[in-house]
Design a protein around this ligand. Structure first.
Ligand SMILES: C[S@@+](CC[C@H](N)C(=O)[O-])C[C@H]1O[C@@H](n2cnc3c(N)ncnc32)[C@H](O)[C@@H]1O
Length: 340
């Protein structure tokens, strides 16, 4: 999934720093897992991963994919291929009525709804698939692994039919060609090569004191842009909790999911709390030289907590990672490493 600040282009650099600077690292904590690409890559490379994110849809993506080693059996369901079954579902084949369809009612245009996030047909499909998955779970026809596997397939499919320029902070005023595609779930590809992965959906402040690993990989937000408003529609599909929404974009409340890393006032103490709470030997932080916390400040904090002169700052040209060939600015991706 395209994800703000996603590290898919930085994976080999992360792996290189871990491999060249540490000994005996087996368990990595990916405390801000986002799209899940880093967790997935680390598991592929035989690490044990503890992943976490404050957004529920992010948890769903990793819980239903990277956390699983085997294709779930769906033994109680009596449907040979549940993904194909869901892809072929129509509202007429169910006892669902349009009034039950939250995404259709609030995010596709009709009667008194102007929002253009989805074409009507895809909005209804999202709803009937989401409602069906929930009913299967409620009736004990699927277990937790099976539930998240199907939910992850749904969340991963939605951006391909969304009328947005990358994020859900706004919808486009004209239908993008991609919205004419039919919503199509694909079976998540699973990794089974020795590594394990478990995931959480908590604020890092609450989780870090109660888990332990060998290395903390921390990729926090680096600017004032909170994540939830940019992904609110995916969060609502994942939770399907009929939220009260407001404004042109139909935004849900997200007070509990605001990040201290996104305010100048709180960012330094957020970094300090995180480093202090981490029960690990090594710390590796992804950041950016245009982040809210200046490079000198973050370097100084890392040095305060580093033993044996172990602090290293690796900087990589941003353009190499983002195809931003026209930018004149000197933006660097950064990896801060130290032994705690
Ligand atoms: C830069 S993104 C991580 C991107 C990820 N490494 C990837 O490659 O997809 C930062 C993530 O931190 C999460 N986040 C922000 N504040 C958090 C907090 N206090 N606790 C847990 N997660 C948080 C956001 O929801 C977002 O997904």
């Amino acid at each position: 999934m395209r994800f703000i600040g996603g590290k898919s282009n930085l994976l080999p650099d992360i792996q290189n720093v871990i491999a060249s600077s540490t000994v005996n690292v087996r368990t990595v904590i990916d405390i801000f897992s986002g799209s899940g690409v880093v967790s997935s890559y680390l598991k592929q490379n035989n690490y044990n991963v503890i992943g976490n994110d404050i957004m529920y849809f992010s948890y769903v993506l990793s819980r239903g994919n990277t956390a699983l080693n085997h294709f779930p059996a769906f033994g109680n369901l009596d449907i040979e291929n549940p993904i194909e079954y869901l892809n072929n579902l129509t509202i007429e084949n169910t006892d669902i009525v349009l009034a039950d369809c939250y995404i259709y009612q609030h995010y596709s245009p009709h009667d008194d709804c102007n929002r253009m996030y989805f074409q009507n047909e895809n909005a209804v499909k999202i709803d009937i698939i989401r409602i069906t998955i929930e009913e299967w779970k409620k009736n004990n026809l699927i277990n937790e692994d099976e539930y998240y596997y199907l939910l992850a397939a749904l969340i991963a499919a939605v951006p391909y039919v969304s009328n947005i320029a990358g994020v859900y902070g706004a919808y486009l005023k004209h239908w993008d060609a991609r919205t004419n595609n039919r919503l199509l779930l694909r079976a998540p590809e699973l990794i089974n090569n020795g590594g394990t992965a478990v995931f959480y959906n908590q604020n890092c402040d609450a989780l870090l004191p109660v888990i332990a690993g060998d290395l903390l990989y921390a990729d926090p937000p680096y600017n004032a842009r909170q994540y939830l408003p940019n992904y609110h529609v995916l969060e609502t599909i994942a939770r399907y909790d009929n939220p009260v929404i407001h404004g042109v974009t139909g935004m849900r409340e997200y007070g509990q999911q605001k990040s201290d890393f996104c305010t100048v006032r709180d960012v330094e103490s957020a970094f300090r709390r995180m480093i202090e709470a981490a029960n690990v030997r090594y710390v590796l932080i992804s950041y950016n030289n245009e982040g809210l916390l200046p490079t000198e400040r973050l370097s100084a904090i890392c040095q305060e907590y580093a033993v044996n002169h172990s602090f290293r700052l690796h900087e990589m040209d941003y353009r190499r990672y983002n195809n931003a060939t026209t930018t004149q600015r000197d933006v660097m991706e950064q990896l801060y490493f130290f032994e705690k």
